[in-house]
Design a binder for this molecule. Sequence first.
Ligand SMILES: C[S@@+](CC[C@H](N)C(=O)[O-])C[C@H]1O[C@@H](n2cnc3c(N)ncnc32)[C@H](O)[C@@H]1O
Length: 323
Amino acid sequence: MSSLFRYSRWVSQFEKSPLILTFFSTATTESQPSRPLPPPIRVGLTEYVGRSVFATRRIGTGELIHTAKPIVAHPSFSSLHNVCYFCLKKLPDDKSHSEAYPTVVFCSEHCKDQSKNFYEVEKKADWSRFDEYCRMQGLKYPLLVKRFASQVISGVVSADSLDILQPATLTSEMVSLMEKEFCLLRSTFQETDVKGEQMAFLTKEWYTGVLARMRINAFRVELAGGSYEDLLSSAAASVEAEVAVGNAVYMLPSFYNHDCDPNAHILWVENADARIKALRDIETGEELRICYIDASMNHKARQTILYEGFGFLCNCPRCLSND
Ligand SMILES: C[S@@+](CC[C@H](N)C(=O)[O-])C[C@H]1O[C@@H](n2cnc3c(N)ncnc32)[C@H](O)[C@@H]1O
């Protein structure tokens, strides 16, 4: 069964009954963090832009709508030695290190424990050729696929767990450019004692299907820092953050469509756990949208980036009014 077919099947399930997705996420009243409430949102179909997220009650400006843990996250090359290899939290200076890869550091026993299964698989292999190729080509998503494949081999996630996400349309040229990184990924696992049947999912079709989803759904994780609790400070800090510490894919945040004048905002305070907050009052039934890009750019620049990076012509009210 092809990935495309599986994706279409999910879409037709949505058409029959809009699904309320609550997994990987919690909503809390910030004063009562110990009693998580279901998030005040549902995922449903829109007329023109596939699935989207809708408010199930009125949401106030600045409200934390929900949080989301990554399905898969990986530090960027430049952050490998100063963030936690699992949660991307900045390491204290005495834990940061300059030694060459493969040394990696976890920020806590909890993160080490969470990583135990996939890291046992990952560290069996010599990743130098794969990593060097990705570094030279400036590729970031193959690192996420490497981590996802290690998670699948270790049995903590299933190989089709990202199939529900919308895939990018890949040209045959894009697919052929992926050949080399795919072969390096597979041969690196093949050189270990991982059994053939544990790697049976690792086909070129699987690889391109996962990468097609990451191209559209992965977020650049930019940490705002632990001291920013108020919404405006967090938003400003996220824009000013020097560099992204890594990339991550989430389930629920992947259903938010884009708007150049959004009513919601995604931010990261101290690690790759995402927070979605309301930027203004949102009415029951209203669609929630975030901004995928720098909204301060002009209309033409925004349209170009959204088309080239995400493959769509933005239909938000701001773009439709040529602003
Ligand atoms: C991260 S997904 C959002 C969820 C998606 N609608 C779905 O059904 O899974 C991004 C994709 O949604 C569509 N999309 C999001 N925002 C849009 C917008 N403002 N205008 C047109 N299409 C949009 C595009 O197809 C884009 O590649």
